[in-house]
Each structure stands twice: as C-alpha cells, then as structure tokens.
Design a protein around this ligand. Structure first.
Ligand SMILES: *Cc1c(COP(=O)(O)O)cnc(C)c1O
Length: 490
C-alpha cells in the first residue's frame, strides 16, 4: 500500500511513497504528514476470526492487511519483542475496575510506559530498512521523560542506527533519568542539558533544519531521521492494541461481539487516540472516542467548540508531564480523514500563522460524532488515584487518572468503557505517594517504597535495579555545545 499526504502535493515530493519512505522521511509536502491511501476494511469477520488469536497473530494479520513493504521475517522479529513484556501470552492485560469500566494496560514493556508498544517493534523495522538500503541513520530525540528511555531501549545495539537523546537535566523523574543514563551501548549517546524540555526540543529542531549539520553528517555517511510520534511506523503498531482490547472484553464475557464501547484515551500528541480512530474505521464497534487531557486542555476545547486556539497559550507543567503538549500533531490526520487535504492545509496554515483555527458548524458536528472530551487538573487527578485505589483496589498513574473525570462526564454509563493506562505507577511515584498518603517525596526511591508498602505491590526488578546500576552516560552540557558533542559521538 502507498501513502499519501495530508496537505496535498508540492513539487518537492513524489505524490505517493512506500511505507519505508514514509518512515525514513516522515514530513510530507507543505509540512504535512503521510497517511495510508485507504484503510483496510476488516469488518466483523476479522474480529470473529481473531477471537482466539494471540496478540502476535492478531498483529501479524492486521499488518499484512496494510500490505507494507517490509519483509515478513522482519515483521516477525519486530513482533517477537512483545515476548519480553511481563506476560508473553498477553502483553496488554485488560482489567475490570468497575461495573462498566475496563482498563487496558499499555505499560508492561521494558520501560514501563506505553511508548514501548510502538517503539519496540519500530526499532527493528527502522534498522532493517537502513540495513537493506546500506544507509546509516542518526535518530535525534528530545524527551521530557518517556520517549527517551523507550527510544534508547529499542535501538540499543541495532545495526545502522545511532541515537542521540537530549533531556533536560533535573527535568525528568529519577526513574526516567536512570533509565537513560544507565543505557550502555556504543550506538547510544545520552545528553543532559542545563535547561528545560523546551530547550532540548528547540535544539533538536534547529539541528533538524540545519544544512551545515546535515552536510557534516553526510561527510560521515550518516542521514538524519526522527522517531517522533508523527511517524506512521509508530502509528501502525498503535492500532493493534485497540482491536486486542475490544476482543479481550468479548473473551471476558463483558460484551457481545458487535456491542459498541467507548475508548477513553489520555492524550498528548494524539497518536494513541488516532490508533483508536483507525481501529474503529477498520473493525472495532466504537460509540465514541473520549479524549482526556490535563490542564493543557487545547483538545478539550477543540472537540467542545471547534476552535483550536493557541493565542496567548503557554504549556503549563502538570503532574502528567507526558501530556503537556499544545500542538497535538496527529490531530492533522483526523482533519485529513474527515475534511480532505485542501481544508487540512488551510486549517494547519491558520494554526501556524495565526495560532488559531476554527471548524465550521458542520465540521464540528462531524468531529463530535466520533469524539468527546474533558480535562482534569492535578488535584482532581490525585483524588481519582486515591478514590480508585480505596474503592476499587486499583492503582493508576496520573496520566491514566485523567480518564476518570471524562469517564463520568462524557459517557452513557450503560455502555462499557475501555480506558487506556499509559504508565506504570513506578514511573510517577512521588505524585502517587502524595495522592495516597499526603506525603511529600522529592526522590523516587522513597516514594516507590512507600507505595509498595501502602498498596502491597512489589517494585518490579527492572525499576529497583536502576538505583544500583552503573551510570555510563555522564554528559551534561550547555545547549550551545550540543552540535559539537553529537558530531564527536558520530
Ligand atoms: C506519550 C504519553 C501519552 C500521550 O500519548 P499520545 O499518543 O502522544 O497522545 C500519555 N501518557 C503517557 C504516560 C505517555 O508517555
């Protein structure tokens, strides 16, 4: 299958590209994105067929339906990485929390957050494309905490790929920082920056745009790529678990086949929600997709009012930092799917030039037939963490907790909800310990031990082990020195 472009075609790019090409150079004409030419229409037969399939069998068959230009053996190798998840028979457990609320846990991979769902297989796919083309790629990543560890973990020791990962020194949790600075492999470089996440992100954008930097790389026979969440190579793996979660509810007897459900998604860059949207178009019976946000609530406003309004907006730091995003990149793919490339280009140009766009009434109605949204602040989130633990004996992280408010405010309670849990409690332990007992911990280790006692949960070995692992990535520099540091690494 070929991939087309969300903002139409300029003269610099071919009209359609293959899956591999869309992965290697994810930015399309006029700064748009690549999307599949058509979505495979799988229908209820596909669900019936996979009622008793394993996660990997389901994944393999779904990927086959996209007819992508990746060898079958590479896809097998990529999907085998789900064997490293906590339960190799079921990498994504779906747990009943209340009468109508089920939580699909996307965090059972090596770095304990949902980024592993897509980045684990993506690493194998990207490395295999690079090897096949006999090219070497430098992946630049800027992280506020979850993408960095997941990208390092997946590309560790993979052929023809190097990773330079920038993080704000002092701006991530201890667990997130340790996951990065203890990663020991020749092809990985982790760079702490004196500054905040925006400094890391801006430095990355400058490098991606710098002709000088690119030609310096070219001399070393290295091309630049990015593993960020607009990459369709990540999105494709984020459709699978929505289908799987629906089938889990059928298997558990919670719903009958073809009964509609809500998908409730804690959202930032909208990759997870987009996967749900595609799954609903392909085969999953969905009543609505509910978008949950924190105080950075641009998506709630878009879905409630039709206005994407960034005028005078600044990102605020919250207790769910992986969702502290204002320009939610994957919304563009929804606009394209609903309104076509001309309108998408117009809206995205408005957003870039005026920091604002507004849908027409008909467009808003169309958007609202598929989506609803609400947001919750940090204090509300902590209350949901405590209440859900005390009343339902279920411990959730602050990202997942944003779903609890919209679950109440947006859903018809007669219809079942699948809410997605995007991080394990171990990754944001100070906030959770505070929610449960009121204690203030500045260090993760104290919070982890406290939660472990309060909730009678063992700290997973891979998290506990981090605190005694050797720190091998010691670089902490000023942002002016980043380019030199990366060129030396290569
Ligand atoms: C990345 C992330 C999100 C947001 O997911 P999107 O696909 O960007 O909407 C939510 N929670 C956690 C813990 C994350 O790491």
């Amino acid at each position: 299958m070929n991939f087309i472009q969300t903002r139409g075609i300029d003269t610099t790019k071919p009209a359609t590209v293959t899956f591999s090409e869309a992965i290697l150079a994810p930015i399309a004409s006029f700064g748009g994105l690549y999307v599949p030419e058509t979505l495979p229409k799988l229908g209820s037969e596909f669900l019936e067929k996979h009622l008793n399939s394993s996660y990997k069998e389901l994944a393999k068959d779904m990927l086959n339906c996209f007819e992508i230009d990746i060898d079958s053996s590479v896809i097998d190798e990529a999907l085998n990485l789900y064997d490293k998840f906590d339960d190799r028979k079921n990498p994504v457990p779906v747990v009943k929390v209340k009468e109508n609320l089920y939580i699909s846990e996307l965090y059972h991979g090596p770095t304990r957050a949902f980024k592993d769902m897509a980045l684990q297989p993506f690493g194998v796919v990207l490395s295999s494309i690079a090897q096949k083309r006999r090219e070497n790629y430098l992946i630049l990543a800027a992280t506020s905490g979850d993408t960095g560890p997941a990208a390092l973990e997946t590309f560790k020791n993979r052929a023809n790929v190097q990773v330079a990962c920038l993080y704000p020194h002092g701006g991530t949790s201890d667990v997130q920082r340790l996951q990065m600075v203890t990663e020991d492999a020749k092809n990985l470089k982790v760079i702490g920056i004196h500054g905040v996440f925006d400094d890391a992100q801006n430095a990355l954008k400058r490098l991606l745009d710098s002709e000088e930097f690119k030609s310096a790389l070219k001399e070393k026979h290295v091309a630049l790529s990015a593993a960020n969440s607009v990459n369709f190579g990540r999105i494709i793996f984020q459709i699978i678990y929505h289908i799987h979660s629906y089938l889990e509810l059928v298997r558990q007897g919670a719903i009958t086949m073809s009964e509609k459900v809500y998908l409730n998604v804690p959202s930032g860059n909208f990759g997870n929600a987009l996967g749900g949207y595609y799954a609903s178009k392909m085969c999953v019976p969905v009543e609505k997709i509910i978008i949950s946000s924190n105080e950075n609530n641009v998506l709630t406003k878009l879905i409630k009012t039709g206005k994407y309004d960034l005028r005078g907006c600044e990102v605020v730091g919250t207790t769910s930092p992986a969702m502290d995003i204002l320009k939610s990149s994957n919304v563009e793919r929804i606009l394209f799917d609903m309104f076509g490339f001309e309108r998408t280009r117009e809206l995205m140009e408005d957003l870039e030039k005026k920091n604002f766009y507004e849908l027409t009434t008909e467009e808003l109605i169309k958007l609202q037939t598929c989506f609803d949204a609400d947001y919750c602040n940090g204090d509300e989130g902590k209350k949901y963490i405590k209440d859900t633990f005390e009343n339902d004996n279920y411990l959730m992280d602050p990202h997942t907790a944003t779903c609890m408010k919209s679950y109440k405010s947006c859903s018809n309670q007669a219809i079942k909800t699948i809410a997605y849990s995007t991080a394990e409690w171990t990754k944001f332990s100070p906030v959770i310990a505070n929610a449960l007992t009121g204690e203030e911990n500045t260090e993760d280790i104290a919070a982890l031990e406290s939660i472990s006692k309060t909730a009678s949960l063992a700290i997973p070995a891979m998290v506990k082990g981090l605190f005694s692992k050797e720190i091998v990535q010691n670089t902490i520099i000023n942002k002016e020195e980043i380019e030199k540091e990366i060129l030396e690494f290569i």
